[in-house]
Design a protein around this ligand. Structure first.
Ligand code: SF4
Ligand code: ZN
Length: 306
């Protein structure tokens, strides 16, 4: 039997390879919440008076984030936002799990049903040129709706559950595609793009997917067990698999690569000209040319559905 490296009494159930520790269930939960606090404080993610909206999808990462945030900062004003994306056989199940979680944690939950809001669902994009890029179009729609919802409920900060593996994948993807402007946006804290918009924070930037999964498991948080039908063959998942294979025997290297990249961001920011934005003529959100990506996609879809 392996004994917990912290309490030295209980049986260890979680191995933390980069810290060379084996932890029992209770010590792992404390370790997770402390690590979250440390990350938030290191990057000054939350300031006094902030109202934080956590974007909860029903998956393990955002569920673990909401739960641990409540534990780490019991006095912090935290709300949850969930979007029902209208994905057949998936979205309603996600919503049920989020509702259970919010009830369990006594967190104010705001649900936005995309079909009711704009009369379309993410599935509808299968009929457009985005049919091979469903996650990309879904991401654009989600970002806009969450920003808007956070502003409507008075939150000045949006916390998302992007984990370390998501991050590594975004870095590689944008680096390979020479998307320097996108690379610069991969910061732990992204300031508001326009006045009045919320800032975005990514408190799970240093959490590998397995740690979030373990936290959900040991705290018995309800999470979605159904896979999104559009995730099959998604390029991001393929890149993630390759990276996981690459770092399989060297978990420390993930942290080193991430740390080096985060140090590089200020240099990149100085070298790259900031993209100028103007308000979208339809919704007032930031756009490059007067019509934002969200409104463009709605227009395209509505013209196809006609
Ligand atoms: Fe959206 Fe892709 Fe996630 Fe499905 S897997 S919910 S399409 S981002
Ligand atoms: Zn717009």
């Amino acid at each position: 039997m392996v004994i917990c490296s912290r309490c030295k009494s209980n049986e260890a159930v979680a191995r933390i390879p980069y810290a060379k520790m084996n932890l029992c269930m209770e010590c792992f939960k404390k370790f997770y919440v402390n690590k979250l606090k440390k990350t938030i404080e290191e990057y000054h993610m939350i300031r006094s008076g902030d109202i934080v909206a956590v974007a909860v999808s029903g998956g393990k990462d955002s569920a673990a984030l909401l739960h641990a945030l409540r534990n780490a900062y019991p006095k912090l004003e935290v709300k949850a936002i969930h979007i029902n994306l209208g994905i057949e056989g998936y979205s309603n199940h996600c919503q049920e799990k989020v509702e259970e979680l919010a009830k369990q944690l006594d967190v104010e939950l705001h649900i936005i049903d995309i079909k009711r809001k704009i009369g379309i669902s993410i599935d509808d994009f299968k009929k457009t040129k985005f049919k091979g890029k469903m996650c990309s179009v879904c991401g654009t729609m989600k970002r806009h709706i969450i920003d808007e919802a956070a502003m409507n409920i008075g939150a000045n900060t949006i916390a998302t559950g992007h984990n370390m593996d998501d991050y590594m994948t975004f870095i590689v993807k944008n680096f390979m595609g020479r998307q320097w402007n996108q690379l610069v946006k991969l910061k732990p804290v992204v300031p508001p793009i326009m006045i009045g918009m919320p800032k975005k924070i990514r408190p799970l930037i240093k959490f590998p997917a397995e740690e979030n999964m373990l936290y959900c498991y040991y705290t018995k948080i309800p999470v979605n067990e159904v896979e999104c039908p559009h995730s099959k063959g998604a390029k991001t998942l393929e890149t993630m698999k390759i990276l996981n294979e690459l770092f399989k025997d060297k978990p420390n290297m993930k942290y080193q690569v991430l740390g080096s990249f985060l140090n590089l961001i200020p240099l990149l920011e100085n070298a790259i000209k900031e993209e100028s934005v103007i308000p979208c003529r339809k919704c007032g959100f930031p756009s490059k040319d007067g019509l934002c990506a969200y409104c463009k996609r709605i227009e395209l879809l509505k013209s196809v559905l006609k």
